[in-house]
Ligand binder design. Sequence first.
Ligand SMILES: Cc1cc2nc3c(=O)[nH]c(=O)nc-3n(C[C@H](O)[C@H](O)[C@H](O)COP(=O)(O)OP(=O)(O)OC[C@H]3O[C@@H](n4cnc5c(N)ncnc54)[C@H](O)[C@@H]3O)c2cc1C
Length: 292
Amino acid sequence: MGAYAYVAPQSVEEVVAILEEHASSGDRAQLLAGGTDLLVQMRTVDREPRTIVDVKKLAETNRLELGGDEIYIGAAIPSAVLFENEELKALLPGLLEASDLIGSTQIQGRATMGGNLCNSSPAGDSIPAMIAVGAICDIGNGSGGRQIPVEDFVTGVGTNVLESGELLLGLKIPRPADNSRDAYLRFIPRTEMDIAVAGAGVSVTIEADGTCSTARVGIGAVAPTALLVPAAADALIGTQLDDDALNAAGEACTAASSPITDKRGTAEYRRKVVAVLCRRAANIAKQRAAGA
Ligand SMILES: Cc1cc2nc3c(=O)[nH]c(=O)nc-3n(C[C@H](O)[C@H](O)[C@H](O)COP(=O)(O)OP(=O)(O)OC[C@H]3O[C@@H](n4cnc5c(N)ncnc54)[C@H](O)[C@@H]3O)c2cc1C
């Protein structure tokens, strides 16, 4: 039987070496960011010994850069720290709202967007919002790293593309133009601290004449993974985001959904709710883009 251990490496090379050593010896190693999923899982469903590899001490996972073309959000930055950054909030209000919805104030002091994505829950709130803003995963490994769009990162319930010896370093997001903004909405069965019945993130670009020239729509909690819905974006692009366009985008989200029925809602209910959330989020994104 293995043993519990905790290590806090100072470099990506060290993390990769530790992960690879464990993989080759057959011992288990698991990455830790805020621990708000991992520690709960260790107390409830998975108590097996392992080496916990803390990624919070790395420069790369704490990098926050608001460049002229690209925004970089390190995978280990707590939601609370991100939400204090007014420029980031102004540029990516939907993504920041999604991250701010996670848990309570205490949870947000620890929880990270990287952990939300790597936990790979269908209901992870920040994932559809990341998809909506076109976020790319910056993955570290022993061979120069790789990049993959968020919509291709999660492969199933609790699974993702990360291979042995890999970690998520951060998210690369195209800096939105002044006339481009996002919004994220979720629905939960009670007012606080629950997971989504459905969620929708939308980003749009609005031209001077009110026409929507670009759009991306991400939905969550209505399929085994969060989804990019190109048909919903197509329904918005080229329109004034009038009721017909918003309804068509909502219907495209319903059509893309393959939800389950559980204690939070039936599959039929989720299909309807995701359409409503898409319509409302698109409308909020439009107001923001027009006023930005
Ligand atoms: C009370 C409570 C309320 C919550 N409410 C919500 C909610 O409303 N919405 C929601 O979406 N979630 C919610 N959560 C779940 C959780 O807080 C979020 O998923 C959070 O974002 C996880 O981030 P973390 O940094 O704590 O991840 P951790 O728990 O540290 O890690 C999560 C998983 O990702 C892996 N991992 C972490 N970082 C990396 C990395 N850099 N590279 C590769 N793998 C990595 C870990 O090994 C682990 O498997 C809640 C949790 C609690 C306890």
